[in-house]
Write a protein that binds this ligand. Sequence first.
Ligand SMILES: *[C@@H]1O[C@H](CO)[C@@H](O)[C@H](O)[C@H]1NC(C)=O
Ligand SMILES: *[C@@H]1O[C@H](CO)[C@@H](O)[C@H](O)[C@H]1NC(C)=O
Ligand SMILES: *[C@@H]1O[C@H](CO)[C@@H](O)[C@H](O)[C@H]1NC(C)=O
Ligand SMILES: [Zn+2]
Length: 503
Amino acid sequence: MNCVIASALILLCGHNVGAKTESDYTIERGNLLAEESELQVGGNVRLTDEEIKANDILMRYKNEEVDESFLNPGKFNFSRHYFTYKNDIINSKVYQMIRRMPKGAALHVHSSLMLSTDRLLELTYMDHLYACIADSDLNLYFSDHVPQRPCKFRWQLLSELRNNSENVQEFDDNLKRHFTMCSDDEKEYMGDVNYVWKRFNKVAEVIRELIAYRPAREKFFYEALREFYQDNIMYIEVRSGLKILYELNGTQHDQTYLPRLYNKVAKQFKADHPDFMGIKFIVTKYRGTGIEKIINSINLARRIKEEVPEVFAGFDLVGQEDLGKPLLDFLPILSEAKKDMNFYFHGGETNWFGTVSDENLVDAILLGSKRIGHGYALIKHPSLMAAVRNRDIAIEVNVVSNVVLSLVCDVRNHPLATYLALGMPIVISSDDPGAWGADPLSTDYYIAFVGIASKKADLRMLKQLVINSIRYSALDNKDKLDMFRQLYRNWNVFVKDIIRLYG
Ligand SMILES: *[C@@H]1O[C@H](CO)[C@@H](O)[C@H](O)[C@H]1NC(C)=O
Ligand SMILES: *[C@@H]1O[C@H](CO)[C@@H](O)[C@H](O)[C@H]1NC(C)=O
Ligand SMILES: *[C@@H]1O[C@H](CO)[C@@H](O)[C@H](O)[C@H]1NC(C)=O
Ligand SMILES: [Zn+2]
C-alpha cells in the first residue's frame, strides 16, 4: 500500500480526528460552494444596502416558487411546454418584479416577429387589405384594386370578409391563428424539429406579407418599440433580411429603405420616450440560399454600413441550421467580408452533436463573430467553450425559442444552467417573441431565473445579465457609457419600487 493511500485511510477511519475533521469538512464544503457561487454569472456583483433589501424580497418569492415545485414536482410548470403555462406566468410575483426590471438591451430579435399577435391583428384593420384564403393558407396584400397576383381561390377585401362574417370575434380569432404558433392543441405545436420549423416559417411568412406594406410596417415597428419599451428595454439590435416594402400604388422601395424607415421610426419613438436609446441592424440572409445571394446580401450590408452607419451593427446567416448550409460553405466570402464588417452568427442552435450544424460554432468563433446566436450545442464542445470565454464572445440565449422550436422541453436541462454556473459571457434574449406570445424579454428572463439558474441565483445574476446586454452590444464606448448612466438611474428606481411595492 503506498503511503498516500495509507494516510488517506487513516484520515477516513481514524478515531482521533473527531470534531476537528468535522469542522474542517464544513469549512471545505463551504469553500467549494463559495467558489462556485463566485464563479457564476453575477458572482462578483456587490449589492448596495438598498439592493440587498430588494434582493431579500425577490428571493423570498423565488424560494417559495422553487420550494413548492421541489416538494411537488408535478407542479413544476417549467418542465412542460411553454404554451401550457404561458398564461399563468403573470400571477408570479417574481415575474412581476422582473417585468419591472430595467433590462438594458435586447440583442437577438428578428425584425418581423417582434410584435404581439393582438397588435398584428389591429394592422389587419387597415384599409385596402386583400386576403386570399385557400385551404389552410392565408396570403395578404394591400392594394387600391384587386391584386393581380396568383391565388388558389380569389382575392377579397378583408374588411368585406370581416363584415360578412357572422361573428367578428370568431373571424378575428381565426385570423390570429395565422399569426402565432400558440395553440391549445398539443398536436399542433408538439413535433420534431423539422415539423415545428415548418410551422414557424409559415407564421413568419404571413406576418412578413402583412408588413411588407410600408404604412403597415411603419405602424408595426412603432408598436414593437412600444412593447419593448414597456418591457423596460432601452436599446435593440434587430436582425432583418431587409425585405422590399411597397406602397399602395405598387411602387417598391429599394432594400436600403427599411433601415432608413426604422431609423426614422426609432427617432420618432425616442422623441416621444427620451430614455429610449435606439436601435441597430444586423443584416441577415437565409443560410439555405446560394452563394450568389449571400454575396449580394453582404454587399447590401456594406451599403447600409456606408449609407446609414448609425444603425449598422453587422451581418448574420439565419434559418434552421440542420437544413441550411454550414458557414463553412461560404468560408471564402465570409473571410473576405470579415475585413470590413462584424459578424453576429447564429451557431449551434441544434440538438445534434458532431454534425455540420453544431460545428458552425467552430467557424463562428474562427470568423471572429462578436456574439453567437443560441450556442445551444456549445456545451458539448469544451475547446470551443474555452475559446468563447478567452475571446469574450457573448452567447445570446433565447430560452422560450429553444422550447418552442423543439430543442428542450424541461428547461432544467437547458445548457444555460451550466453557462451561468461557469460564469460564461451570457446575454438573455427572445428571438421571436411575437411568434409565441412571449414578452420582449421578461418571459425569457423569468424562466431563466426561476426554472434554469441555481435556486440561489439572485438579483446579482439578473443585474450582471442586464449589464452584459449593454457590454456586449454593438454600441461604441461613448454610447455604452450613456446607456449605463440611464440604466443605473432606472435601476435605482426599480430597486426602490421593489421595496415599496413588495416589501
Ligand atoms: C403553474 O401552472 C398552474 C396551472 O397550470 C398555475 O395555477 C400556477 O399559477 C402556475 N405557476 C406559476 C408560477 O406560473
Ligand atoms: C364594414 O363595416 C364598417 C362598419 O360597420 C364600415 O365602415 C365599412 O365600410 C364596411 N366595409 C365594407 C367593405 O363593407
Ligand atoms: C406611389 O405612392 C407613394 C406613396 O404614397 C408616392 O410617394 C409615389 O410618388 C407614388 N408613385 C406613383 C408612381 O404614383
Ligand atoms: Zn434567431
